[in-house]
Design a protein around this ligand. Structure first.
Ligand SMILES: Nc1ncnc2c1ncn2[C@@H]1O[C@H](COP(=O)(O)OP(=O)(O)OP(=O)(O)O)[C@@H](O)[C@H]1O
Length: 686
């Protein structure tokens, strides 16, 4: 048992919606498989209807080890047509669909990055559409908050100048974008002072994460971003906030008069409470009646302490406390005691505070132990990654403490260190792999906490069958049918049945990253996956501690690296050093342009097996289809991208093309698998 419960801070990415063209019939072509196929039968390439007149169709995915093809074809249902048409109308109706790039690379021709706020709006307003029509499954368990370090710097000496600089970057509001409806719904709901304070509260609390403007970093968390506040942060209009705190200034500022100040420095004020004995009904409360929960600079949230107001002279950077008092405490007092304060303001304020406090408790929980060293006094120290914080917030902590609060994570770390992934070379090499043996008899034991549906086991068999054959495929099930679950199952099949321990890489859009992490956590808790994201500093910590033994990419120490397109492209020189056993690309229609940077970079990586995952395998034209097919199996399928779709021969040619593609693509629709969402709940055991 190695990892669990990863938190997903991540990079904010450009919108993934694509520009539609009319070079191809509007209805997306679908390839699919009946879910009711005979377990032993297998049909190879039965012709289907022409692509332009009908969605193409389906086959039984039941594998047969003796055959070279896993599936056959037949016409997809009319229902599929309707789904497709509905999808397209959605597309056309959405303004973002035409404006934003399908390529995450910002520098390409007509393509451009959406503003982060637009991205946020798009996610929130169109959860299905974002990421090109993923399912409507709830993705609200984790949300995005920015990870800019400017939060904690805002009252620092050079804050004013910095702020001007950062205004050249994507706006701070943009960086604070969140997919949570909660985070945005209140913008107009409450006015006046409390609204401004509320806005400030929504800014993040996490401290001092270094910010990478180029990646426009954001954070996923298990809670809404607006639960995370930085009470030390300023309102835009509050210029006084930018005055330098002399205590924060660099030593050189004071030249000769400087003497080292060793007092502890306030990093963030996390909370406040009335001192013991103070009457809460008192009408003239002020800051002297309160204690403040202080997170100290260079220390984790775990070591935050309660300090009375009169203790502040003992500390540095207390301007942050002043700011907190002005912006949070005073507002809190006003809302609690002013009878004229609107009740809805008070209610919202209290809810926000509760959420903030909950979030802070998470920051005190050990998510992973990632390193060990001898401390200065010879005692052992562990490097701790804290829950919901990026890797650049890792801190070295004494062994006694970590053992006391997270012995399980210590054990997991030691276990990972002692048993590095090892793969069976006979299975790694395609020529020496054992024949395929389909999974029968229900959910395999290498999956935990749930039961796969029959059609998902067939999907798993489809992936496994083709892997054994050395063929790369597309999993194109309709949204919500469990493509993520099937892919995660397949990865664990490789590990447990074929003794392949990676490294595997899963490249996904930002919006689906939390769902991926949840799926790994839930179904394969024995698998060590690492979420590769965060600022340059965070990724540097990741590289130093989580990925390789002795810095050697030939000796990976993780099973799966989960990342986004942005990081994959940005860190391609590093990530391209690994010899990937398997690469899965989610929302893979992003690879429809073979000239895009994402396509060319991923294509260059050494990778033995590839899987494309998409609910909309073919959208516009044959060139896109050709690009996808060549990404998987270069040169294997000859797609005539210049085909005249109006010619007499078009139907026949398209039917032939359909046959050629069919073995490489599995698509089922909800109507075909008799899909009932409520079934999930009854089958899950936890
Ligand atoms: N066998 C199962 N048992 C319980 N829950 C399941 C099962 N299969 C899928 N789910 C749940 O259904 C939801 C959708 O699954 P998943 O995300 O894997 O689908 P998907 O095809 O990848 O969807 P999308 O195209 O929207 O990404 C998830 O919440 C997942 O946990």
């Amino acid at each position: 048992m190695e990892s669990s419960g990863m938190v997903i801070p991540s990079a904010q990415e450009p919108s993934s919606t694509s520009t539609m063209s009319n070079t191809y019939p509007v209805s997306p072509v679908t390839y699919g498989a009946h879910d009711d196929g005979d377990a032993e039968s297998q049909r190879e390439g039965s012709p289907s209807e022409p692509i332009e007149s009908h969605p193409v169709s389906e086959s039984s995915p039941e594998p047969d080890a003796a055959d070279d093809s896993y599936d056959g074809a037949s016409a997809e249902s009319d229902a599929e047509d309707e789904d497709a048409a509905a999808d397209n109308s959605e597309y056309d109706a959405n303004p973002y669909s035409r404006e934003n790039s399908s390529s995450p690379h910002p520098g390409r021709g007509v393509k451009r990055m959406s503003s982060p706020q637009s991205e946020t709006d798009l996610i929130r307003q169109n959860p299905d559409l974002y990421g090109l029509r993923r399912s409507g499954r709830a993705r609200t368990t984790r949300n995005i908050a920015d990870s800019s370090d400017s939060d904690s710097d805002v009252v620092a000496p050079r804050a004013k100048r910095r702020r001007k600089e950062t205004s050249q970057q994507p706006s701070k509001a943009s960086r604070s974008a969140t997919v949570s409806s909660l985070s945005e719904s209140d913008s107009d709901e409450y006015g006046g002072k409390s609204a401004r304070a509320s806005k400030a509260r929504r800014r993040r609390l996490q401290q001092t994460a270094s910010y990478e403007p180029s990646l426009n970093e954001v954070r996923f968390s298990t809670r809404t971003a607006n639960k995370v506040s930085n009470y030390n942060e300023d309102d835009e209009e509050d210029e006084a906030m930018f005055e330098a705190d002399p205590e924060d200034l660099a030593p050189s500022y004071w030249a000769e008069s400087y003497a080292e100040d060793t007092r502890p420095a306030v990093d963030v004020v996390l909370n406040h409470r009335l001192k013991e004995g103070v009457d809460p009904k008192s009408q003239d409360l002020d800051r002297s009646d309160f204690e403040f929960c202080i997170k100290w600079q260079d220390k984790s949230h775990y070591h935050a302490t309660w300090e009375p107001n009169e203790a502040m002279p003992n500390y540095r950077s207390t301007r942050r406390v002043d700011n907190y008092v002005r912006k949070v405490l005073n507002e809190d007092i006003r809302l609690q005691y002013d009878e004229d304060a609107p009740p809805e303001d008070r209610e919202k304020w209290n809810l926000d505070r509760e959420r903030d406090v909950e979030a802070i408790e998470d920051y005190k929980m050990v998510e992973r132990v990632i390193g060990v060293r001898d401390g200065e006094d010879g005692s052992t120290e562990y490097l701790v990654k804290w829950k919901r914080l990026f890797y650049d917030s890792c801190t070295w902590e004494p062994e006694e403490l970590v053992s006391e609060i997270a012995q399980r994570e210590v054990d997991r770390f030691l276990d990972r260190t002692a048993r590095q992934p090892w793969s069976d070379k006979n299975e790694t090499t395609i020529a020496t792999r054992k024949p395929f043996e389909p999974i029968h008899g229900g959910t395999p034991s290498f999956l935990q906490n749930g039961e796969l549906k029959d059609f998902q086991i067939k999907g798993l068999n489809f992936l496994a069958f083709n892997w054994v054959r050395g063929r790369n495929v597309v999993l194109a099930d309709e949204m919500g049918l469990g493509k993520t679950v099937q892919t995660v199952s397949f990865i664990n099949w490789m590990r447990h049945v074929r003794r392949q321990q990676g490294p595997f890489i899963v490249i996904v859009p930002l919006s689906t990253m939390p769902a991926w992490a949840d799926t790994f956590d839930h179904w394969t808790p024995d698998l060590n996956y690492v979420v590769y994201n965060g600022s340059e500093k965070a990724r540097s910590v990741l590289r130093d501690y989580e990925l390789m033994v002795d810095g050697n990419p030939k000796r990976p120490k993780f099973h799966v690296l989960l990342t986004t397109y942005e990081y994959a492209m940005n860190d391609s020189p590093f990530l391209g050093q690994f010899k990937w056993q398997f690469m899965a690309v989610d929302e893979a229609h992003r690879l429809k342009n073979r000239d895009s940077q994402l396509y060319t970079k991923l294509f260059e990586w050494k990778c033995q097996a590839r899987l494309l995952i998409t609910g909309t395998p073919i959208q516009n034209n044959l060139a896109e289809l050709s690009a996808l097919m060549d990404f998987l199996n270069p040169g294997l399928i000859d797609v005539d991208v210049d085909m005249d779709l109006n010619s007499e021969l078009a139907s026949q040619k398209l039917a032939e093309l359909t046959d050629a593609i069919q073995p490489f693509m599995l698509r089922r629709t909800k109507s075909k698998v008799d899909f009932l969402m409520s079934n999930w709940n009854t089958t899950r055991t936890s």
